[in-house]
Every structure is written in structure tokens, then in C-alpha cells.
Design a protein around this ligand. Structure first.
Ligand code: A2P
Length: 347
């Protein structure tokens, strides 16, 4: 990092931080988390499109003005947290690196580039050592699944994952979140739905994930779960078949996950492993029928896991089923990016 000789009044090193996409759904949570976690910020530079330039944002009692993202926006910046879309990252990340900054990129632009580490700190922090200016933050559904699967994988290699997602609207951005709210109201008022950000009515409905379906019949979101998991686990042979679905939920993704292990893994052992896993919280109250729910995962750092059970469709004891809920804007995006930044600072 382009560490400046900037320190606070206790001599701690401070970092100049820019947020690309500061007005977006993820950008706003990044701001919230930087304050909440006390990230050592010297200068904070908030960048968005020309549409937002001049808008004012409060951060820790100070007013910051949004600046228009430009190629020369990064002078004296140490760290860029990027969440303004893939094409914007492709265009501006090189400018930030040329200016001496490290970029933690939330978009899919560089994730599968072999020279770019793709990191979840609970899974593969060691991969950070090889970065050359950009670290990619994985896809939200991938992070939320893998933070739970990885500790089990370490006990016994997972040969195959069958996963169905129930994805919140926050993954499609702030305007899509507004659409869910206003559309719900319009439908209740009998006005009918007029989808704008989403391809279909989302209020009182659900639909297959709105990314392009490829040659093999899987959409881009599904293939991200396959390819990114393989990259982070350093396991090109793990077999994964996802089905990704958008549901009318504001900001936490849920996932039903079936795991097939190489060895026998008992339900009670899985429970023990998950109870000790970082970034994971068990919510599995069978008596009260209380399991992970997006409404309870929202605003939380931990990914909730429950419905932990042996797969009764197999006689060999090598299957476990789980139900997961995790905040898409926190662990699925902003929190993971800031944890990466914290790791970089520690190193
Ligand atoms: P703006 O609010 O000015 O459009 P979300 O994922 O919630 O849709 O947010 C996307 C973020 O990316 C917003 O902060 C948005 O800024 C920003 N953004 C979108 N297009 C551009 C662009 N061409 N240049 C800079 N920032 C952009």
C-alpha cells in the first residue's frame, strides 16, 4: 500500500481511503462499517457518477461531498473500495493502481483473473500475499455459502454441492431496493406492477436470477458460485450445481445447501465444527421451529446456519443438508471487502 506518513494523535498509521460507488447500496454499507469498525482513515474520498457529484454525506460527524469519479481521482489514496459496477472497475482500477493505491474490488471484473487473488478472509487469507494491486471480493451468494462450507470442507473434502439460492434484491443495487418497496405499495394499492430495474414483478413474486443464461443452461450468477468456489478452495474438481432465484427480500440471501463429502460426516460433528467456525452463527432451534431467516440475518456480520441434518437420501452417511441466511450487503459485499482491507493493514 502507498502508506503515507500519516498518523493519528496516538501514532497509529492512517490510510487515505476512496470509495468508488459511495452512493450505492454497498457503498453506503461500506461507510457504515468503516465507522463501526474504526478503520484507521486519514482522508475519506467519496466517488460516484456525475449525477451524484456535489451531494453531501455525513461520516463520523463530518460532512463529505461526493466527487465525480474520474481518472485523476486517486492522488494520495492508499486504498480504494470499489463497488460501482464491472465496467467502471475495469476502467478506473488501473488508474488507482497507477496512483499507488490498492484496490479491493467488489465487482466481477477481475475475479477470475489468475493474477488477482479472490479472498474471503475466513477461507484463504494467505492468497492476499500474491496481490499486485487488486484483490477481488467474491460474489455475494458465493461468500455466504463458502464461509459455511469451508470449515466442513477442511474436515472432509466436499465432492459435490447442490445449492438453491433465495436472493435478496439488494444484490441488484439501491434502485432495485427502492423498486421492491414502491412496487409492493403499488400492488397493494391495486395499481399493478411496473418493473423498471428488474425484468419482472418482484413484489409478491420470485424469478430465476436475472443474469444471462449461458450455453450449459446455467446463468452467470450460478457459474460465479461454481468458478469462484473452485478458485478460493484451490480445488478445480469440486462439483457444484446451483439454481439462483430472486425473492422479494430486501437485503439477506438464503441458500439451501446439500453437501456430499469424501468421508462420513455426522450431523453432530458438523454442528460442532460450525459452532466453532469464524463468521458463522448457528440458528437451529428444532423445538421452536426457528431457523435462519433473512429478516434476522439482515444487519448482522455472521452468516446464520441451521437445519443441520444428515441427508436421508444417502445410506453412506456422506451427506449433510443446511439452510443458510447471510446479509448480502454486509458479509456478501461491504464487510468482506473491509475485512480484506483490515488484513492488508495488519500485514
Ligand atoms: P450514482 O449514485 O451517482 O449513480 P448500486 O449498486 O446501488 O446501483 O450503486 C452503484 C454505484 O455506482 C453508485 O454509487 C453509482 O453512483 C455508482 N456509479 C454508477 N455508474 C457510475 C459511473 N459511470 N461513474 C461513477 N460511479 C458510477
Amino acid at each position: 500500500m502507498n502508506i503515507l506518513e500519516l498518523t493519528d494523535n496516538r501514532g497509529n498509521i492512517m490510510y487515505n481511503v476512496a470509495i468508488m460507488g459511495a452512493t450505492g447500496a454497498v457503498g453506503q454499507v461500506m461507510l457504515e462499517l468503516l465507522a463501526e469498525r474504526g478503520f484507521p482513515i486519514g482522508e475519506l474520498r467519496l466517488l460516484a457518477s456525475a449525477r451524484s457529484a456535489g451531494k453531501e454525506v455525513e461520516f463520523e460527524g463530518e460532512t463529505h461531498t461526493i466527487g465525480e469519479l474520474r481518472e485523476d481521482s486517486f492522488a494520495n489514496i492508499d486504498l480504494v473500495l470499489a463497488s460501482a459496477g464491472g465496467s467502471i472497475s475495469r476502467k478506473f482500477a488501473p488508474c488507482a493502481i497507477d496512483a499507488g493505491a490498492v484496490v479491493v474490488d467488489n465487482t466481477s471484473a477481475f475475479r477470475m483473473d489468475p493474477s488477482v487473488p479472490l479472498v474471503v478472509p475466513e477461507i484463504n487469507p494467505q492468497d492476499l500475499a500474491t496481490h499486485a494491486g487488486i484483490i477481488a471480493n467474491p460474489n455475494c451468494s458465493t461468500i455466504i455459502m463458502d464461509v459455511v462450507v469451508w470449515p466442513l470442507y477442511r474436515r472432509s473434502r466436499v465432492e459435490r454441492i447442490v445449492v438453491s439460492t433465495y436472493q435478496a434484491i439488494s444484490g441488484a443495487g439501491a434502485r432495485a431496493m427502492e423498486e421492491l418497496e414502491s412496487q409492493t405499495r403499488e400492488v397493494l394499492e391495486g395499481k399493478g406492477a411496473r418493473p423498471r430495474e428488474m425484468p419482472h414483478q418482484i413484489a409478491f413474486n420470485l424469478f430465476s436470477h436475472n443474469t444471462q443464461i449461458g450455453a450449459e443452461g446455467y446463468c452467470e450468477e450460478e457459474m460465479k458460485m461454481v468458478c469462484e468456489t473452485r478458485k478460493m478452495f484451490h480445488d478445480d474438481d469440486i462439483r457444484i450445481t446451483p439454481t439462483c432465484v430472486r425473492v422479494p427480500v430486501m437485503r439477506a440471501h438464503s441458500e439451501a445447501v446439500n453437501l456430499e463429502f469424501e468421508e462420513v460426516v455426522d450431523e453432530s460433528e458438523a454442528r460442532e465444527i460450525l459452532a466453532a467456525a469464524p463468521g458463522v452463527e448457528i440458528v437451529d432451534d428444532v423445538e421452536a421451529n426457528h431457523f435462519p431467516m433473512p429478516i434476522e440475518a439482515s444487519g448482522k456480520d455472521a452468516v446464520l446456519v441451521g437445519r443441520i441434518r444428515n441427508d436421508i437420501s444417502r445410506a453412506d452417511g456422506r451427506g449433510i443438508d443446511l439452510f443458510i441466511s447471510g446479509d448480502q450487503l454486509r458479509k456478501g459485499a461491504a464487510l468482506n471487502a473491509i475485512q480484506i482491507a483490515e488484513e492488508l493493514v495488519e500485514r
